[in-house]
Write a protein that binds this ligand. Structure first.
Ligand code: CO
Ligand code: CO
Ligand code: CO
Length: 328
């Protein structure tokens, strides 16, 4: 769980479960996983949110890339999806919804995902996303609980999208910056998923609302390990530095720092703006992948060939102190 997490409301509810639930409510994983038979498990996840960029087509693309990410995170292949639409028909033109859905469908086509249907409601605030079903071989499932001391950690997308989204809302971001961050958020984590499977990754999570630190702590907790981060190696949108200095930080950044700050130790040489960026809530962020040192080097170079150019080795997994992060 994370800051202000509504899933707290589910705590203590009597839930039905059975032996085929590989990942359920209590596991703090990215998606739920249910075993159909010894060769096949389904991965299910749902994600939807309010617009973070002004262009409706781009918003549709980002929302879909974001919703599919939790399937990729677990090493799965997304197969089918259902649209979730909340739209204010009284205040917005229906052409905006058409553009959002077109962006979404085009992104699903790129991912090879079939849209089976969906549900829409008239709502005061626009929201869009997907419920997604994917598959994985039960023995190939990658969770956030398999990281091993000695592993390296690879992050596949730059951080700072929350800060830049805040700057966009404030009218402070240039067209070029908006284009760059939009392309990043709309990029699928598909190649990263396929390559980490090939290279035998031990664990993975994707970086979303709880920021790099929050998701890294969940990985550390579930794997019973500690994490060391080399802050200058962390890929970051360079524009984030300027926006932080102007005070353009999302509220979620402060909430993440409040909630997780006690579990992180920053060494004195960590640049201050990086300390902020590591708590920045991300939308459709990259994968954080734990794998052997040799495989990590191979992953970064193969990602670069595949066009995922910002991927980098950002730290390592250590045995102690468990559940803590040391940032140097
Ligand atoms: Co996730
Ligand atoms: Co999610
Ligand atoms: Co319905």
């Amino acid at each position: 769980m994370g800051p202000g997490d509504l899933s707290e409301a589910l705590c203590g509810l009597p839930l039905l479960t059975d032996g085929n639930v590989l990942r359920g409510m209590e596991s703090l994983d990215d998606a739920g996983v249910y075993k159909i038979n010894e060769e096949l498990a389904i991965i299910q996840t749902v994600d939807f949110f309010t617009p973070i960029v002004d262009d409706p087509y781009s918003f549709g693309q980002i929302a879909v890339a974001n919703a599919l990410s939790d399937v990729y995170t677990m090493g799965g292949r997304p197969l089918t999806a259902l649209n979730i639409v909340c739209f204010p028909t009284k205040s917005l033109d229906i052409s905006i919804l058409k553009a959002i859905l077109q962006g979404g469908v085009d992104k699903m086509r790129e991912a090879g995902v079939i849209l089976l249907g969906g549900h829409s409601v008239d709502d005061v605030e626009l929201k869009y996303g997907l419920a997604v079903t994917g598959t994985v071989h039960p023995k190939r499932l990658i969770t956030n609980s398999g990281a091993l001391p000695g592993d390296k950690l690879v992050l596949t997308k730059p951080l700072g999208t929350g800060i830049i989204s805040t700057a966009i809302k404030a009218g402070e971001a240039s067209k070029e910056t908006i284009g760059k961050v939009t392309r990043c958020m709309a990029a699928l984590n598909k190649q990263a998923c396929e390559l980490m499977q090939e290279l035998g990754a031990h664990a993975c999570t994707d970086i979303t609302g709880f920021g790099f630190i929050g998701h890294a702590i969940q990985l550390a907790d579930n794997s019973q390990v500690g994490i060391r981060v080399d802050s200058v190696k962390v890929p970051v949108f360079e524009e984030a530095k300027e926006f932080i200095s102007k005070g353009l930080c999302p509220g979620g950044l402060y909430r993440n720092r409040e909630f997780y700050g006690g579990r992180v130790k920053f060494l004195a040489n960590t640049p201050e703006f990086l300390q902020d960026v590591l708590f920045d809530p991300q939308t459709s962020g990259g994968l954080l992948i734990s794998l052997s040192a040799e495989a990590a080097v191979a992953l970064v170079s193969r990602l670069e060939i595949a066009g995922v150019e910002d991927a980098a080795i950002v730290g390592e997994v250590v045995s102690e102190p468990k559940g803590k992060i040391l940032v140097a």
